[in-house]
Structures are given as structure tokens and as C-alpha cells.
Ligand binder design. Structure first.
Ligand SMILES: *Cc1c(COP(=O)(O)O)cnc(C)c1O
Length: 358
């Protein structure tokens, strides 16, 4: 058993789901489980939500992620976020995934691939990334249907739902105007986690929470009503006393200031502990902090301790809170990135232990 692991509280995830569903009470939830459910394990998360919360729709980013859910027996509709590329149309059809169509080339390839029939169309209401221009929506939807495909829903995505309510309302208005100009009514959706929490787009047919399901505040500040889901723990594989001046790690970028206790922890940047934390990250130990000293290497990280440590002791690499040094959110801020990146970087090679009770 590898002496470093993730602990994932599925019951807390289920309560986050209920909280978000309650904030969008008229809408059906499409649970976003892309990037291995933001590092939490897509198959376990999808199964848990389906069995304990009655979730009937999921979304992923790639056909490979969709295929993994199918292989695990998830037969519910799975939406592929992002724009389908014609090269990927065969896999999408084969695994009965619902692609997002924004080009005629991809629509034709998907229609030709069979047996996939259902697709969704995305409108670019202002983000400039994926979507049909609002003025072209009508013609595009007609062309897609002309290929024999069913347009199951039409959606858009917000660029600044976590920081600019005015712009988000403007995007919503652009989207609704384009949808209302269509000859018939289609199911619509727009809201990601931040929009759900802000009450924007929650009156539509579906909502698409991702990050907030995992208890992470979309705006990196705080998230009332959301509970942390994930912790990362490790036991040391070695603890030794180094004499003053002794170097530590690749490049010998750290030297012991006096006699120091250094513990070697069995994870590295290949597990998702960023190398940028070299000589500046922290882990929690015995209720305090232990600083990372030396470079983080691929599979090992060294920390300085004030005293010896047993190999049976547990270090907390990621704490399930908003701690500025050791939570995903706080560490992301320190690294000038977002917790989405740190969560999705948690490697599949880290063992995951799931708790369903409580
Ligand atoms: C990832 C994604 C979401 C979920 O976003 P969160 O901010 O994690 O809630 C919703 N919609 C689309 C199109 C996405 O790509």
C-alpha cells in the first residue's frame, strides 16, 4: 500500500450536490466530472451521485473520459464539453456520448459516424472560445437537424460568473435572445458553479456545476454551504538528522542551517505536488506546519522538522479547508494559479480512499 493517498468524502460531495441543486431548484443538474472529476475519481463520483442523489446526467471534456464512464456501467447521458473535432466524431458516436457541435464539419462527421444521434449546440454569448455566433444559431441548428441529428439542448458558458454580475447578465441576455429567435423551444442551460451560487441562469432547464461539487469555492474566497471533500496524506519513508551545511535535493538548493531533522515524503511533482513549491511550500504535521526544503523532485519531497518523526506518523499534504498554506485554494493563491489546476493535477497514481458514510 503506497504510503501517500487521497481521502475523498463522498457524503460531503453528495451534500454539496444537494446544496447546488437547491440553489437551482427548477433545473436538472448535469454533474461535471471532467478531468477525473477534478482529480476526485470520475467513476466513483458518478456512481455515488447516481446512486445516492439520483443524478441522471454527466459531463466530461474528452471522448476518453466518456468511454471510461461507459466502461464502468454509467449508461446515463454524458455531454462532451468543448467543441467536437471531426477526428473525434467516431469515438463520440461509438460510446453514445452527446457532443457539443459548433462547426458543420464536426456535425457532418458525427452524423456519418452513427449510431450517435443526440447532440447539443453551444452559443458564444461573449467568451470568444467555443460556440456558434448568436446571429448564426438559427441556421446552424437547422443544418444540424437537416443531417438527421437531434438537438437535445442549446447552451452557453459564462466568462466571468465569479467576478462580474453585469457582464454575466449581458451574456445571459445575448444567449436567451438567440434561443428565443429559434422556430421552436429547446432545453437551455448556462450556469457553471459560480453562476449557480450567484443565482444567474438557474431558471433554465439544466445547470452544470463542477468545482463547487468538490467543495471548492469558485471565486477562491469562501463558499457558504459547501463542504470540503478531499484531503491528501502521507507517511514519511525516512527521517534523518543532517549536520549543519549538508545539502538537500537536486541542485543542493537548500543547506541545513544547523543540525536539522529532515523527513522524506513519498510524493513529488508527478503526483501533483508542484515543483514550484520547492523551498516555499508547506505541509501540516502535528497540528503545525513543516516547510518544504530543497527541490520537490518527481517522486519525493523533503520537509524540515523540529524533532524526529516516526514512519507511522501522518503528514497532511492537502488539508480539507481554506488554509492559506495547505489547502488547494490557499496553495493555488500562493502559486498564482487556481485550485482547479491543482485539483486536476492530482495524479491517477495516487491511491484514493473513499468514504461514503456520515
Ligand atoms: C468545466 C465546465 C463547467 C463547470 O465549471 P465550474 O466552474 O467547475 O463549475 C461548466 N460548463 C462548461 C462548458 C465547462 O467547460
Amino acid at each position: 500500500m503506497r504510503p501517500t493517498w487521497l481521502e475523498i468524502d463522498l457524503a460531503a460531495l453528495g451534500r454539496n450536490y444537494a446544496h447546488l441543486a437547491g440553489r437551482a431548484s427548477g433545473a436538472e443538474v448535469i454533474a461535471v466530472v471532467k478531468a477525473n472529476a477534478y482529480g476526485h475519481g470520475a467513476v466513483r463520483v458518478a456512481r455515488y451521485l447516481r446512486e445516492h442523489r439520483g443524478t441522471r446526467r454527466f459531463a466530461v471534456a474528452t471522448t476518453g473520459e466518456g468511454a471510461e464512464l461507459r466502461k464502468a456501467g454509467i449508461a446515463e447521458p454524458v455531454l462532451l464539453l468543448g467543441a467536437l473535432h471531426p477526428d473525434d466524431a467516431g469515438d463520440a458516436a461509438q460510446h453514445d456520448l452527446t457532443p457539443t457541435l459548433v462547426t458543420l464539419e464536426a456535425a457532418r462527421a458525427f452524423a456519418a459516424a452513427r449510431p450517435g444521434r443526440r447532440a447539443q449546440v453551444k452559443v458564444d454569448s461573449g467568451m470568444g472560445r467555443v460556440g456558434v455566433p448568436p446571429a448564426e444559431l438559427d441556421g446552424f441548428v437547422a443544418a444540424v437537424e437537416g443531417l438527421g441529428l437531434e438537438v437535445e439542448a442549446i447552451y452557453t458558458h459564462f466568462a466571468v460568473a465569479d467576478e462580474d454580475e453585469g457582464e454575466t447578465r449581458r451574456q445571459l441576455a445575448v444567449f436567451l435572445e438567440a434561443a428565443r429567435a429559434l422556430p421552436r423551444r429547446y432545453p437551455l442551460h448556462a450556469a457553471n458553479s459560480a453562476a449557480i451560487l450567484a443565482g444567474l441562469g438557474t431558471e433554465l432547464d439544466f445547470v452544470r456545476p463542477g468545482v463547487a461539487l468538490y467543495g471548492l469555492p469558485p471565486d477562491m474566497q469562501e463558499a457558504p454551504g459547501l463542504e470540503p471533500v478531499l484531503a491528501w496524506k502521507a507517511r514519511p519513508t525516512l527521517a534523518k538528522r543532517l549536520p549543519a551545511g549538508h545539502g538537500v535535493g537536486y541542485g543542493l538548493t537548500y543547506r541545513a542551517g544547523g543540525e536539522e531533522w529532515i523527513a522524506t515524503l513519498p510524493f513529488g511533482y508527478a503526483d501533483g505536488f508542484s515543483r514550484a513549491l520547492s523551498n516555499r511550500g508547506w505541509v501540516r504535521w502535528r497540528g503545525g506546519y513543516a516547510p518544504v526544503v530543497g527541490r520537490v523532485s518527481m517522486d519525493q519531497t523533503t520537509v524540515r522538522l523540529p524533532e524526529p518523526v516516526g514512519l507511522d506518523e501522518v503528514f497532511e499534504v492537502v488539508t480539507p479547508d481554506l488554509d492559506e498554506r495547505t489547502s488547494l485554494t490557499g496553495r493555488a493563491r500562493a502559486l498564482d494559479t487556481i485550485h482547479y489546476e491543482l485539483a486536476t493535477a492530482l495524479s491517477p497514481r495516487l491511491p484514493r480512499r473513499y468514504r461514503e458514510e456520515g
